[in-house]
Design a protein around this ligand. Structure first.
Ligand SMILES: [Zn+2]
Length: 221
């Protein structure tokens, strides 16, 4: 689309919009970020200008996050009500996201053997790699399965206390550790020992392993 095929105009409090040669809305200004965005970057809203919502999708998502952190119970009740009123759509969305997640997971290698698990445990003195705790040990995927990288392979597994494993979730282990370290007073030396172990199994230096993890998280499948 050439720019000279577009008709410019303003609406509301001087916000910009553009129509294409067919008189279809091409783009408009987002009320929140004030960027002129393509019509496809807005969700539909019958009462909005051009039958589009007034905020772009990324602003909507951001506002939703802010709202959720302010009153999660309220947002949950709205979402629950929507699901109740739109059971077919809700089931479809759920099914699609489950299928995508499963597809990502089954595509990953899962070759971890009992023998490998035993030697991993031994390496960490049968305790949590980061706390030394010997109770409630989970086997954590250092690179989370949910991002579509790594896999259930010895090169990606470490023993972690249950609460740490849950808190880490699908996050980048390096970024996660920076946040959790001061809160739980975790020793840097244990983290470095753990990273050195993973790096070695992957045939890398610790610095190379760090780059590799960041690369994986940057390319979420
Ligand atoms: Zn916006």
């Amino acid at each position: 689309m050439e720019l000279d095929e577009l008709t410019f105009g303003t609406f509301g409090d001087d916000k910009l919009y553009m129509y294409d040669a067919n008189n279809d809305i091409h783009s408009k200004e987002c009320r929140e970020c004030r960027r002129v965005r393509l019509a496809t970057e807005f969700s539909k809203n019958a009462s909005g200008f051009g039958k589009l919502g007034s905020q772009c999708r990324s602003c909507m998502a951001m506002l939703k996050r802010i709202k959720y952190s302010a009153d999660p119970a309220h947002v949950k009740s709205i979402n629950d009500a929507w699901r109740k009123n739109n059971p077919e759509k809700a089931a479809l969305i759920m099914k699609r996201s489950t299928a995508l997640r499963k597809a990502r997971m089954v595509a990953l290698p899962a070759t971890l053997t009992g023998e490998q698990m035993a030697s991993m445990y031994k390496h960490f003195n049968s305790s949590c790699a980061l706390t030394g705790s010997t109770t409630d040990i989970h086997i954590d995927h250092a690179i989370p399965i949910a991002i579509g990288h790594g896999g259930t392979i010895v090169e990606n597994m470490i023993p972690l206390r249950g609460d740490l494993n849950i808190s880490k979730s699908a996050r980048n282990i390096f970024e996660w550790f920076v946040g959790i370290k001061p809160r739980l007073n975790l020793p840097q030396s244990r983290f470095d020992f753990t990273i050195a172990y993973l790096a070695d199994l992957n045939g890398m230096t610790s610095a190379e392993y760090r780059d590799y993890v960041y690369e994986c998280h940057g390319k979420v499948v």
